[in-house]
Design a protein around this ligand. Sequence first.
Ligand code: AMP
Length: 288
Amino acid sequence: MNIEIIRTPSELRARAFALRAGGERIGLVPTMGALHEGHLSLLRIARPLCDMLIMSIFVNPTQFGVGEDLESYPRNEESDLAQAEKCGVDIAFCPSPEAMYPSGYQTALTLPTLAAPLCGAKRPGHFDGVATVVSKLWNAALPHVAVFGEKDFQQLAILRQLSLDLDFGIEVLGGPIIREEDGLALSSRNVYLSQEERAQAPRLRQGLLAAEQRYSEGATDAVALLSAARAIIDAAPLARIEYLQLRNATSLAEVQEVTAPTLLAVAARFGGTRLIDNLVLHPCPPQA
Ligand code: AMP
């Protein structure tokens, strides 16, 4: 394997400084490993935008809540590295939790407004952990461009804001959601689903599409759009909706009527597995 593996932030930072001094443009794709086509699609987006492509693999403990799946989260570094190399990754950053959070570590970041609704409301502290670890990754990898998936739409909104607020000056790009043939969004957590749960999981996507269809037929109010989605999702007996909401796609403020680009986002549990999905409704320009 030719991929370069770095395991401490200080080593990566020294490498990144040298790359920058040599005029190289750095791209970064952060992941928690257990790579699938969704992750690989982000690598393919980043590859032509940089000279050196860095991918991180780090199952970040600070973004997992009590009782969540930190211990059982799928890990397979060897096969991840092989896939990353095929997608043109130059450097894999694979730190241990101790390398990222040595004893005495205490700093955390909070984005109170963007992190409050949706997944933030259901997973207290999750986005503090995400914002903090991504800041650390950015400080170590010194990327010019960083690519994240639109599947985690709220995360992407938070990280765009983070780059602005803390003057990272990093171009934060979003990549489209990659799906199975039946519409289920790819996720490292899909392996937890039983056969029955897996069979019903595409209902999430179908619910979102039903709302989009109502929207294309002229419905713009939240009640109509959300009830169209809910009817489809509720028909899956194993689905327990955590949230199903319309939010302004930039501010994430709640929306009663679609007049600007609007996020339609869902989270649901299938047994112990929590799945999320979303799409964006775009208002049509007024007819001349
Ligand atoms: P994770 O390993 O789950 O932290 O995800 C790493 C990156 O991959 C994040 O930016 C995710 O949003 C992105 N990602 C995860 N699943 C998908 C998917 N199905 N399509 C596109 N991007 C994804």
